[in-house]
Design a protein around this ligand. Structure first.
Ligand code: APR
Ligand code: PHB
Length: 395
């Protein structure tokens, strides 16, 4: 088998890159380890920056998002019982975010791939990357017990944090930057109307909580929990009671409870590897960086990488600009680090670190909350990062 760009992984990164390249007449093959149902079973965040929304539209997959997604012009931060609405639109000169689940983004992209007839191979096992530094890289994999070979010009490693792409880079090449946090998020999805028409990020001495949503009838709530906590220890009633205890009286009273459709716990961590290129391999999205979910940046940073790699490959194939390939990693990383900074900052600002922060750091955290939520400059700072910083041009 032969293609121009081999894409490893059919998460949002791989599918979006594949769709954009296909529309531009560049041939791709997507190799995914799991089945489509498995990929669609993963529940993840759902806040899209304007740049992500625009890129999905450019890829031709914006129709259902534009119909069913909810445009949010603001978000609420709740600290010490005080509610502070961030008017995103007013604070950023007209920018908003779109609430539309990552699962739905993935579903739309999968359907578009299917309709385009472009090649996608699910349940591909033992994917291995070869000759990354050579002129003719190739990928081998197993499908239905047969070993197959895919020759290509470039490989896009879109296979997430646990994928094979990053691990294919020889030891000593990548520098890893990591921060782990002493807690996780327990998430719950339920068919109940959201407690508020906008998202609420709440700091509380019992721990952080987030009131999010997927639609007018489906809610997504999160609780900060200590590491080591098990989902089984959190029957629905305990979850709802704890959420109410972390919200102000009037909000708690409005909360509509119901059975959980899904519950899961994810530890929080920040991680970046540099560089995001090794020879003909380019790392994209979670394969190169992880953020804690507090800033809603995971999917948006993946889209940002896709944006840069797509625009570079366009110029490579249409204008012969192979010199641009070396720009991918520095360009992508500049924006990645700003997203990492914001996710780290929001995590620091809103969580309870207990004994993990000393008295000084706790005071700094309090001062940050006071300052950022009362100063117009502080509010603009959070708002412009939340809606997403602009992309640089690829020239
Ligand atoms: N071979 C083929 N496919 C693989 C392999 C492998 N060895 N390893 C992993 N994959 C697949 C996974 O099954 C998954 O479908 O790669 C895909 C990676 O998808 P994601 O983990 O969703 O990563 P990405 O597409 O970069 O999306 C980033 O996802 O995790 C969230 O917060 C993150 O929202 C962000 C988004
Ligand atoms: C979600 O809806 O799942 C969500 C929203 C905002 C976040 C994190 C998760 O910051």
């Amino acid at each position: 088998m032969n293609t121009q760009v081999a894409i490893i992984g059919a998460g949002p990164s791989g599918l979006l890159l594949g769709q954009l390249l296909h529309k531009a007449g560049i041939d791709t093959v997507v190799l995914e380890r799991q089945s489509p149902d498995y990929v669609l079973g993963r529940i993840r965040a759902g806040v899209l920056e304007q740049g992500t929304v625009d890129l999905l539209r450019e890829a031709g997959v914006g129709e259902r998002m534009d119909r069913e997604g909810l445009v949010h012009e603001g978000v609420e931060l709740l600290v010490g019982g005080r509610r502070q609405r961030l008017d995103l639109k007013a604070l950023t000169g007209g920018k908003t975010v779109m609430v539309y689940g990552q699962t739905e983004v993935t579903r739309d992209l999968m359907q578009a791939r299917e309709a385009s007839g472009a090649s996608i191979i699910y349940c591909a096992s033992n994917v291995q990357l070869h000759e990354l530094k050579g002129e003719r890289p190739y990928v081998t994999f197993e499908k239905d017990g047969q070993v197959q070979r895919l020759d290509c010009d470039y490989i896009a490693g879109c296979d997430g944090f646990h994928g094979v792409s990053r691990k294919s880079i020889p030891e000593g090449v990548l520098k890893e930057y990591e921060r782990v946090y002493p807690f996780g998020w327990l998430g719950m999805l339920s068919d109940t109307p959201p407690v508020n028409h906008e998202l609420i990020y709440a700091h509380h001495e019992r721990g952080f909580s987030l009131c999010s949503q997927r639609s007018q009838t489906r809610s997504r709530y999160y609780l900060q929990v200590p590491l080591g906590e098990q989902v089984e220890d959190w029957p629905d009633e305990r979850f709802w009671n704890e959420l109410k205890a972390r919200l102000p009286e009037d909000v708690a009273q409005r909360l509509v409870t119901g059975p959980a459709l899904e519950k899961s716990i994810a530890p929080l961590r920040s991680l970046v590897v540099e560089p995001m290129q090794y020879g003909h391999l380019f790392l994209v999205g979670d394969a190169a960086h992880i953020v804690p979910p507090t800033g809603a940046k995971g999917l948006n940073l993946a889209a940002s990488d896709v944006n840069y790699l797509y625009r570079i490959l366009l110029k490579v194939y249409h204008e012969g600009r192979t010199d641009l390939l070396a720009h991918y990693s520095p360009l992508a990383l500049r924006r990645v680090w700003k997203g990492e900074r914001f996710s780290w900052f929001m995590t620091q600002l809103l969580h309870d670190f207990g004994a993990h922060k000393d008295a000084w750091d706790q005071k700094m955290q309090e001062a940050d909350r006071e300052y950022f939520l009362s100063s117009p400059a502080g509010l603009v700072n959070i708002a412009e990062n939340y809606v997403g910083l602009p992309y640089e041009e690829v020239v």
